[in-house]
Design a protein around this ligand. Sequence first.
Ligand code: KG4
Ligand code: ZN
Length: 348
Amino acid sequence: MSYILGLESSCDDTSAAVLDGEGRVMSNVLASQDAVHAPYGGVVPELASRQHLRNMAGTVRSALLKANIDKKDLSAVAVTVGPGLLGSLLVGVSYAKAFAWGLSIPVYGINHVQAHLRSPWIEKPDLPYPSLGLAVSGGHSHLFLCSSPEHVTMVARTRDDAAGEALDKLAKRLNLPYPGGPVIDRLSSRGDSRAIPFTMPRMASGSLDYSFSGLKTAALHYMISNGLEPASRPDLDALPQWEYDLLASFQKRVVDHLLQRLKKAALLYRPASLVMAGGVACNSVLRARFTTLGEDLGILTGFPSPCFCSDNGAMIAFYTHSTAACARPSGLELDAFPTVRWEQAVAP
Ligand code: KG4
Ligand code: ZN
């Protein structure tokens, strides 16, 4: 049996996973950096790369241990080469090259966003292509048309903040724990999502692009104009009702905006499946409404379990296993790419 080691270090999570020759995830280990970045309410790039350096070897050891294999059983190493934070990427890429060289096995450089877009297939291998994919996290809120795992064209992108970034920034303003997205997801169930009817973001040109910064400003404006000030050390179980309502209303609009564009794009491109991945794809309201949208449109939907939604090594190994990336191993010249220039989708 051949095994692939997948490494991910593009942002603030260090992850290593082992996939067997049939594409089954044998282990998927994550070393979170949330505690490191929490005091700043966002990822501090210099701290992230330093932490990857500390975490990488131990994370790989745990992944091998959990998969119950020796490193000599590995047939390849796959690593995220971009997009992401350059310092963070370089830790993973350097580690992967050294590891692969030491074992005389090939190393594959994988595009992080393409791996996210492919991740729903880990658990739903029969989803059909072409697929319309939403990559939604703290760094991306982009829509892609995927005619295959490798041929991916951009339909829409965020013009300012990513959806997760907007959730994290609102949480920070309310002195809620970092990262804000999961906290807002949990606390929103206590609020009335229709209490504050935030205006939906609009694009003058009728473009499908996203924009979340206006929503964030509207939330801050709402607090200022109503003289609302959050507690400096809030008790999450006893927030004033206006805060629960604000969180629920804000989350609703973020989901409305994500799905409104997705629906328009689905009607335009008529894909065979709708998929989403990225940390925000863990959101309970988004998951429920995404499924309903697919049912309404008569299009199959897929999104991974939360452990494969946020940044993870399994999706990196899986992309390598399940695509022709395997035919193109890189050598020691493998480099990191903080940004990626996407080919634009052509409207039908
Ligand atoms: O994909 P990810 O782990 O890292 C990158 O940003 O690449 O995504 C992290 C983002 C954060 O903004 C976090 O607040 C958000 O995903 N997030 C959520 C939820 N879980 C994580 N947002 C909304 N609801 C959630 N349940
Ligand atoms: Zn990601």
